[in-house]
Design a protein around this ligand. Structure first.
Ligand SMILES: [Zn+2]
Length: 212
């Protein structure tokens, strides 16, 4: 087999959920594209980290800071996302979830008007994901900074999978002694082992409404 072909397959396989056969199909499909399309894709990938940043508060996606075309690593002055910069969002509710795609699923229901915190995954030591590598320190800092006058509700929305449940327990434990805090978990209807990202809107609606 062509070495470059093999190498490209290997690179694509580093993406979540992409096996060798699917990676090969991707490479073959890309070979069918014309040069300008491939160029556009290549440029988008090259500029990904420059053009798309993570919100400094919640780690949702945000736009790149204005006038900083070539950011240096470290000291990134990331913008707030459209949710954190919206004063109309309910500041007394904080949904904690694994990924930005989960956040999008909840936003699509239009039911939730509070804030978010994206952990960047679930605790899974086998995969190298520990409380230290996820954004727990940032979460603790945010919770500490919330004025608890109106009370704060932490809504745990990690996936109903083994790693998601481990993460949920960890969050409960982390904040168990903090006063003025209500901790709830997304509730009914979410099938065990499923993924929030793929839950339909009605299921998510119910899970949000009937949190426990
Ligand atoms: Zn944000």
């Amino acid at each position: 087999m062509n070495q470059k072909f093999k190498a490209t397959i290997k690179l694509l396989q580093k993406l979540p959920g992409v096996g060798p056969r699917q990676a090969a199909r991707f490479v073959l499909a890309l070979l069918e594209k014309d040069g300008s399309e491939l160029n556009e894709l290549g440029q988008a990938i090259i500029n990904l980290k420059k053009d798309i940043r993570l919100c400094r508060e919640c780690f949702n996606l945000s736009a790149a800071p204005e006038g900083r075309a070539s950011p240096t690593e470290g000291g990134r002055e990331n913008n707030l996302c459209h949710i954190c910069s919206d004063p109309k969002r309910d500041q007394t509710k904080l949904v904690i979830l694994e990924k930005v795609t989960d956040l999008d699923s909840i936003e699509k229901t239009g039911l939730y008007k509070g804030l978010y915190h994206v952990l960047g995954g679930a605790i899974n030591p086998l995969d190298g994901a520990t409380p230290e590598t996820l954004r727990f320190r940032e979460l603790e800092k945010r919770v500490a900074n919330f004025s608890t006058n109106g009370g704060l509700e932490l809504i745990i929305a990690t996936n109903p999978t083994a790693t998601g449940e481990t993460t949920a327990l960890y969050i409960r434990d982390l904040f168990k002694n903090k006063s003025g805090l209500i901790i709830t978990r997304l509730g009914r209807g979410l099938a065990s082992g499923s993924n929030l990202e793929y839950a339909d809107e009605i299921t998510l609606r119910n899970a949000l409404e009937y949190r426990k």
